[in-house]
Ligand binder design. Structure first.
Ligand code: NAD
Ligand code: TYD
Length: 355
């Protein structure tokens, strides 16, 4: 059995669904159900005895220790985090509490559990920590993509808190020998992505006739990774990643933001044309930039490709089609996640960003 944290969020839910589609190994899923966690993402597992859902905080050491003792997992996968850069600018404290203090308490409970395991299970145990490329900071336009040896230069409260957790994970390996593997991935996209993030926000706003807010000049570059490819990389890293190592995961799909917006508009023009026959491109609005906005992220995933034989199956062109199709087919999910709290956030983030 494996213990997954944050498995009701975007990537965690995709991971749990894929895991149980591919194997019968049960999953204990510990999630606090913040605004970003949604039980409905896992509704297809409601009657599935292989999935045990527990609502709780990774920072609750007693709870985590009890779950570890009861379920005896061979692997812990840590997805739980506050994950949105713009929210970290408006309110950094939650990021410190979960990403730093929570990760520390989780590591501490796992260390005690792991130290008490019989030696063969102890050697086979893995703590897989899911991190981000944002810890490496921002790249100049022609600079080579991030490798695992790039210096950590986090620029936002979000990336600083993730960097801190990565350092703790590293220290638990170096000092105590805990068999950890860290993955640093680029921007994910795909089904169940909460519509505060760029790609789902574009799709949802376009269909609702709202503006498509592009920060600054729209020429910031992200390296887009389809979430199913990311989940496959994590499975590889669990099974064959070397303890103490970090692996970059990227989609080989660097795109300026404005190109992403245009692609989404063109596909929607084709699949769900506006009633007035005009293009969704007309909804684009350039708005005030994010403070400290990182200009470019790009991942060199050659270590993962070479050592673990992983390669992204989706191109951006195939992945974005799957993603848009999913949002068109799941209008109910979209309307249910747009709660009052979601609308409050949209107001907080966008009201002061008029063009
Ligand atoms: P998300 O915000 O969609 O989901 C996070 C989940 O963690 C939610 O279900 C939430 O309820 C849960 N959670 C938050 N605080 C918790 C706590 N204290 N205890 C237990 N559960 C808690 O995030 P995501 O996009 O799925 O990201 C998952 C992980 O991947 C994060 O660690 C994030 O930093 C990392 N990551 C994400 C991306 C991306 O593009 N989405 C890119 C790089 C790295
Ligand atoms: P986001 O999905 O928030 O991911 P991250 O900041 O972690 O990369 O944003 C992706 C890119 O899109 C980033 O450069 C910021 C930009 N962006 C916009 O231009 N408009 C928006 O409304 C949002 C949410 C993001």
């Amino acid at each position: 059995m494996i213990l997954v944290t944050g498995g009701a969020g975007f990537i965690g839910a995709n991971f749990v669904l894929d895991w149980l589609a591919l194997s019968d190994e049960p999953v204990v899923n510990l999630d606090k159900l913040t605004y970003a966690g949604n039980r409905e993402n896992l509704a297809s597992l409601d009657a599935d005895a292989r999935h045990v859902f527990v609502q709780g905080d990774i920072g609750d050491g007693e709870l985590v220790a009890g779950l570890l003792a009861r379920h005896q997992p061979r692997v812990v996968v840590n997805f739980a985090a506050e994950s949105h850069v713009d929210r970290s600018i408006h309110g950094p404290e939650a990021f410190i509490m979960t990403n730093v203090v929570g990760s520390f308490r989780l590591l501490e409970a796992v260390r005690v559990y792991w130290a008490g395991l019989p030696s063969d299970t102890r050697d086979a145990f893995r703590f897989l920590h899911v991190s981000t490329d944002e810890v490496y900071g921002s790249l100049a336009p022609a600079a080579p993509a991030f490798t695992e040896s790039n210096r950590y230069e986090p620029n936002s409260p979000y990336s600083a808190s993730k960097a801190a957790s990565d350092h703790l994970v590293r220290a638990y390996h170096h000092t105590y020998g805990l068999p950890v593997v860290t993955t640093n991935c680029s921007n994910n996209y795909g089904p169940y992505h909460f519509p505060e993030k760029f790609i789902p926000l574009l799709i949802v706003n376009a269909l609702a006739g709202k503006r498509l807010p592009v920060y600054g000049d729209g020429l910031q570059v992200r390296d887009w990774l389809y979430v199913g490819d990311h989940c496959a990389a994590i499975r590889r890293a669990i099974e064959t990643g070397r303890p103490g190592e970090t692996y970059n995961v990227g989609g080989r799909s660097e795109k300026p933001n404005i190109d992403v917006v245009r692609t989404v508009c063109h596909l929607l023009d084709e699949w769900q044309p506006r009633r007035d026959g005009r293009s969704y491109l007309e909804q684009i609005e350039y708005v005030k930039d994010r403070p400290g906005h990182d200009r470019r992220y790009a991942i060199d995933a050659s270590k993962l490709e070479r050592e673990l034989g992983w390669w992204p199956a989706e191109t951006f062109e195939s992945g974005i089609r799957k993603t848009i199709r999913w949002y068109l087919d799941h209008a109910d999910w979209v309307s249910r996640v747009q709660s009052g709290a979601y609308r409050d956030w949209v107001h907080t983030n966008y009201a002061a960003r008029a063009a």
